[in-house]
Design a protein around this ligand. Structure first.
Ligand code: R5P
Length: 294
């Protein structure tokens, strides 16, 4: 078994290798001055069971290309089996045609990963779980909800309610609520245009409650910060939020800082740069979850 890392999740990859009990493989991504990428694999992978760890968060295209090239290199070096370990699967929000002539980029990404030579994909909390079916190779789909639940179980949850910020997230929110043995409420959210959200109604009792909002992704933090404000306006006592994938693009950090959210719990499916590690963010490690799956 050999574990290699591209550049997106170096720390997580190191932690996974430690948990699995092996050294990270000798491989690296090399950039040419014109921006092209290659990889250097410094040890034999002939006949090996190879795992390549790489999230395809921003810069999504470069990160995806690193993964594809690393898979290609391992395949051409006669690896026996190659598993693409993708903690954050970029382009997962483009999984269907929302309007005429839209691309289905999540499927295109699946085709590219398969054609590059992956035999298996190991990923986490896909925005659209149906993406598993875009592959004809095995896809193991993990969830971070148990990890988030373990974190919250250390708190006093007597007065707590879990809230899904939209209809699409109800299954995930119900899973968290059941693990914490607390009630569930749902926000009725509308998206008039991309990256803009509007909260219409809240279904369920949040009055005087300590709310945990749970989402798969926090991107611009519009959903979660507007959600927190709407919940407090409607009588919630306090609001914290958690998600699997801290995409944190554009105004996200500023919004989180200004928002009434007390804490934002995320995983390390996406590595956070130093400027994004603000006080109210707690990052939980996925190392054990992935090490167990490997
Ligand atoms: C959307 O359906 C997702 O589950 C997230 O709610 C969304 O991607 C969050 O985006 P933002 O943080 O930009 O509101």
């Amino acid at each position: 078994l050999k574990i290699f890392s591209c550049t997106a999740n170096k720390e997580l990859a190191q932690a996974i290798a430690e948990k699995v009990g092996c050294k990270l493989g000798d491989g690296e991504v090399v950039r040419f001055s014109d921006g092209e990428i290659t990889v250097r694999i410094g040890e034999s992978v002939r006949g090996a069971d190879v795992f390549i760890i790489q999230s395809t968060n921003a810069p999504a295209n470069d990160n995806l290309m690193e993964l594809l090239i690393m898979i290609d290199a391992c395949r051409r070096a006669s690896a026996r089996r190659i598993t693409a370990v993708i903690p954050y699967y970029g382009y997962a929000r483009q999984e269907r045609k929302a309007k005429a002539r839209d691309p289905i980029t999540a499927k295109l990404v699946a085709n590219l990963i398969t054609v590059a030579g992956a035999d298996r994909v190991l990923t986490l909390d896909l925005h659209a779980p149906a993406i598993q079916g875009f592959y004809d190779i095995p896809v193991d789909h993990l969830t971070a909800v148990p990890l988030l639940a373990e974190y919250y179980k250390k708190r006093n949850l007597e007065n707590t309610v879990v809230v899904s910020p939209d209809m699409g997230g109800v299954t995930r929110a119900r899973d968290l609520a059941e693990r914490l043995r607390v009630p569930l409420a749902i926000m009725d959210k509308r998206r008039p245009k991309p990256n803009v959200s509007e909260i219409l109604n809240i279904i369920g009792d949040i009055k005087d409650k300590d709310v945990i909002m749970v989402d798969d992704i926090i991107d611009t933090a519009g959903t979660i910060s507007q959600g927190a404000a709407a919940l407090l306006e409607r009588g919630a006592k306090s609001v914290t939020a958690c998600c699997t994938h801290p995409v944190f693009s554009g105004p996200a950090i500023e919004r989180l800082e200004k928002s009434p959210l007390q804490e934002v719990v995320v995983t390390d499916s996406i590595a956070l740069s130093e400027d994004k590690k603000i006080e109210k963010i707690t990052q939980l490690s996925l190392a054990e979850l992935f090490a167990d799956a490997i």
